[in-house]
Design a binder for this molecule. Structure first.
Ligand code: NDP
Length: 241
């Protein structure tokens, strides 16, 4: 019987590629999103996944959203915490709002979503939690104190969950992508992006599908012994695990 996977931010960019790959692999996929109904409609029409709109930064909205998804598609066996935003500023100009919003959407969201599926995964003795961090959570980045903190926080969160789920058939892993060609990078000035590409040994941006294939592996039965890992997918831009 096919498993149910939830992909937050699953309607655009990396998330959409993950939704598409998991659907192709036979999962029933729920792709969540925040507000871009056009992108969600395209996603539903083109790749045939169900889309659900709620704010992953809001605990109660996640509880309600997951309830709806599970009623529709069945219990969540694979959770991909992918939704994320940036709000960059040099630290001496970073507002409290920019700090709190990024921590909320990029880190609180992982608690909000995972907490609401965790007990079910424990009861059923199977689960896959896959958190999408970033190279900038591993090494820090100028103007991204908020984002780097949230993405580094995801790594610690995942490692703690790895211990707690280990005896219950649940694995928790992080993927730390390097720079991937999505709309998120449109916020980066072209000259800055050129500079970034020059620091990537393979000489190009990554593709969303290259993150999706790592998700597919971590979600599989084959990956049962991979738990608490940080998988770097970054074209050798930063060699760390
Ligand atoms: P995009 O900006 O292309 O897509 C973001 C997705 O997240 C959209 O589906 C969006 O919904 C959803 N989303 C945003 N905020 C919320 C919210 N509050 N509640 C629910 N859903 C929300 O992002 P990318 O595909 O580029 O990035 C995906 C993940 O990968 C992020 O966590 C990002 O930090 C990480 N990452 C990206 C890299 C890159 O180079 N692109 C590099 C390293 C990590 P909607 O369409 O409605 O706005």
């Amino acid at each position: 019987m096919s498993k149910t996977a939830i992909v937050t931010g699953g309607t655009r960019g990396i998330g959409r590629a993950i939704s598409e790959r998991l659907a192709k692999d036979g999962y029933k996929v729920a792709a969540t999103y925040a507000g871009n109904d056009d992108a969600a409609k395209l996603c539903a029409d083109e790749i045939g996944v169900k889309c659900f709109k709620f704010d992953v930064g809001d605990f109660d909205a996640c509880a309600e959203g997951i309830k709806q998804i599970e009623a529709d598609l069945g219990p969540c066996e694979v959770l991909v915490n992918n939704a994320g935003i940036t709000w960059d500023a040099p630290f001496h100009k970073m507002s409290k709002e920019a700090w709190s919003k990024v921590i909320n959407v990029d880190l609180d969201s992982a608690f909000n979503m995972t907490r609401n599926v965790w007990e079910g995964m424990r009861d059923r003795g199977f689960g896959r939690v896959i958190n999408i961090s970033s190279i900038n959570g591993q090494k820090g980045q100028f103007t991204q104190a908020n984002y780097s903190a949230a993405k580094a926080g995801l790594i610690g969160f995942t490692r703690a969950l790895a211990y707690e789920g280990a005896k219950k058939g649940i694995t928790s892993n992080v993927i730390a992508p390097g720079y991937i060609d999505t709309e998120m990078l449109q916020a980066v000035k072209p000259e800055v992006l050129e500079g970034i590409i020059s620091t990537i040994p393979v000489g190009r941006l990554g593709k969303a599908e290259e993150i999706a294939s790592m998700v597919a592996y971590l979600a599989s039965e084959e990956a049962a012994f991979v738990n608490g890992a940080t998988m770097t997918v970054n074209g050798a831009q930063y060699i760390a695990s």
